[in-house]
Design a protein around this ligand. Sequence first.
Ligand code: ADP
Ligand code: MG
Length: 266
Amino acid sequence: MEIRERVRQLPISPSNLRGMAIASQSDSHFPLIHCHRLFKSYPMTGIEVHALRGIDLDINEGEMVAIMGASGSGKSTLMNIIGCMDKQTSGEYYLDDADISKQEENELAATRNRKMGFVFQRYNLLARSTALYNVELPMFYASISGAEAEQRAREALEDVGLKDFMHHWPNQMSGGQQQRVSIARAMVNRPLVLLADEPTGALDTVSTKDIMAIFQKMHQEQGTTVMVITHEPSVADYCQRKVVIRDGQIVSDDKVANQIIARKSA
Ligand code: ADP
Ligand code: MG
């Protein structure tokens, strides 16, 4: 009872809530991302595709991890589950100590909006909206008001070096710049985890280095946990840890020996 009183007197902030959640279940505390014996099948007419076949993967808060593997190996399937966009067929997935398989769609949507940031190969920006509006959009879903949303979107765009491109449309920007808008959009709600699926797959080497420099900055300065899916070994070298998937199974999981520190080009 005394503890409850004290908790009630704490100013409510997301970090306090997080602390309370962890304190109340200290005997069952998983790493930030905990996958155990994860299977995913897609039932198709005739044959069933087994996209994931027993993934065991733990990722701690504050790690920067590359997920590698050939096309069709199951990388996007794993990202969709970790990103709470799809559910496993069997096995456990806990995010931030919550059993995601038990969440209903509205709760899942809230988890995605509050805890995850997404970056895709093809940027997925609204074509007929400015960079600023694209970055403001996720905050509307998080009920953040007009003036504050605009201020935060401006800061997020400055963080990715796009101070002078706030009012540009996607088709007025290079691929690398569009990808930076999408990173600003992913980061503006200050997610716990940034999930990037082949973020540099459509970019040249200079833009690739710039994008990886931004991920490293988010990781170092904001402590964001970063997962980058790629089939390019040179991209994985910007991460601290490299997990390789083949045919839906993890075949290696190693520390990157000589992590490259990316410096943004002029
Ligand atoms: P990767 O991202 O590594 O290229 P995916 O996770 O996209 O691999 O795909 C893994 C396997 O699952 C592939 O055989 C793919 O064809 C299949 N797959 C992926 N998504 C679906 C889906 N929605 N329906 C049916 N099969 C799918
Ligand atoms: Mg994929």
